[in-house]
Design a protein around this ligand. Structure first.
Ligand SMILES: [Zn+2]
Length: 301
C-alpha cells in the first residue's frame, strides 16, 4: 500500500486572490470559445444535469468520470458546484503556487484539476479521488458558511447547535492535532486519520476521509484498490478505529455519504477479506442503485 500512498499528491484550498480565481476561470472560458472546443456528450450531460460549467480541456474519459463521481453525491451537493476546470499545467502554475498541488476547491464552489497537458489525461483512479476530495471541500464550505443561517442543517433533533468543525474536533476517541504544512514531516499516519495529508487541517481531514470512504465514486475496475485502501486505513489500535467509526457517522449525518455507503464501509472495515467477490458484488450493485436513485432524483427537479 506504500506505493499507493506515495502516488497520491496533495491538493489545496485556493490561496490566491479571488480576482486571480475569476481570471483563471474567464481565461479558460475564453479559450473554450475562441478555439470552439467540441464538448463530449458526457461534458454536456454534466453541465446540463447539475447546471454548471466545465472549462479547460477534459478528455471524453475525464468528462465521463466526472459524471460518475458527481452521481455518487446527493443531487443538491452536485448542484452547489458552479464550475469544474480542467487546467493544463502551464495555466495552473500561474495561479497556484505549490508545484505539488494537483487540484483545488475555491469557496465560490469552483473545483479545478491540473492536467499535465491538454492531451494527457489525469490517471483514472487519481481523477476519481481528486474529484471526490474536492467535492467534499465544496460541501464543507457550504455547510460551514451557511450553517448559522440554516440551523437545521446537519444538526441533531436534540438541538445540538455545534458546527461541523466543532463536532469533528470533539469526536470521541479522536485526539488529532492538526499541524499545517508540517504534515510533510510525518513518517506515519497519525491515529484517527486515513492519510497523512489529513493532519494538515480539519478540512483536509474531512476531505481525505470522504475521498477514502466514498466507494461509490469509484469504478468496478478500481474496486480492489479502493477496498484495500479503505481497509488498510482502518487497521490500527482501538482508539483509532473508534475515531474513524465516529467520523463515518458524522460524514453520513452531514450527507457526505449516504446511509447505504456508510453501512458498506462498516462491513468492509469488519471484514478480514475486503476484496472478496461477495463484497465487490455488493459494492457494485450498491453503486448502481445509488447512481440510478440520484439520476432519478435529478430528473424530478
Ligand atoms: Zn484538500
Amino acid at each position: 500500500m506504500l506505493l499507493l500512498t506515495l502516488a497520491l499528491a496533495n491538493d489545496a484550498e485556493y490561496r490566491g486572490s479571488d480576482s486571480d480565481m475569476i481570471e483563471l476561470r474567464e481565461r479558460l472560458r475564453l479559450l473554450d470559445e475562441t478555439q470552439r472546443r467540441e464538448e463530449s456528450k458526457w461534458e454536456r450531460a454534466v453541465e446540463h444535469t447539475w447546471t454548471l460549467d466545465i472549462y479547460g480541456c477534459p478528455s471524453n474519459l475525464e468528462a465521463s468520470i466526472t459524471e460518475e463521481v458527481m452521481l455518487a453525491f446527493a443531487p443538491d451537493i452536485g448542484d452547489s458546484i458552479t464550475s469544474i476546470l480542467f487546467v493544463e499545467t502551464t495555466y495552473f502554475r500561474e495561479h497556484v503556487s505549490s508545484a505539488n498541488t494537483v487540484a483545488f476547491a475555491h469557496y465560490s464552489n469552483i473545483v479545478a484539476v491540473k492536467k499535465p497537458t491538454c492531451s494527457t489525461p489525469v490517471q483514472s483512479y487519481d481523477l476519481r479521488t481528486f474529484l471526490a476530495h474536492e467535492i467534499a471541500h465544496v460541501r464543507t464550505f457550504n455547510i460551514h458558511n451557511y450553517q448559522d443561517l440554516f440551523p437545521r442543517e446537519g444538526r441533531s433533533q436534540t438541538g445540538d447547535k455545534r458546527t461541523l468543525r466543532q463536532k469533528w474536533a470533539s469526536l470521541d476517541s479522536c485526539s488529532v492535532t492538526y499541524v499545517g504544512d508540517d504534515w510533510k514531516k510525518l513518517t506515519t499516519t497519525p491515529d484517527g486519520l486515513v492519510r497523512k495529508y489529513g493532519a494538515k487541517t480539519w478540512m483536509e481531514d474531512v476531505a481525505t476521509f470522504v475521498e477514502v470512504t466514498n466507494l461509490i465514486a469509484y469504478h468496478a475496475k478500481l474496486d480492489d484498490r479502493a477496498l484495500d485502501r479503505l481497509h488498510d486505513a482502518y487497521q490500527g489500535n482501538a482508539q483509532h478505529k473508534k475515531c474513524l467509526q465516529n467520523k463515518l457517522e458524522k460524514a453520513n449525518a452531514f450527507r457526505f455519504l449516504d446511509d447505504e455507503t456508510a453501512d458498506l464501509v462498516r462491513e468492509v472495515w469488519a471484514s478480514s477479506t475486503p476484496t472478496s467477490s461477495a463484497l465487490k458484488t455488493k459494492l457494485q450493485s450498491l453503486r448502481e442503485t445509488i447512481h440510478a436513485r440520484n439520476r432519478e432524483a435529478l430528473k424530478d427537479r
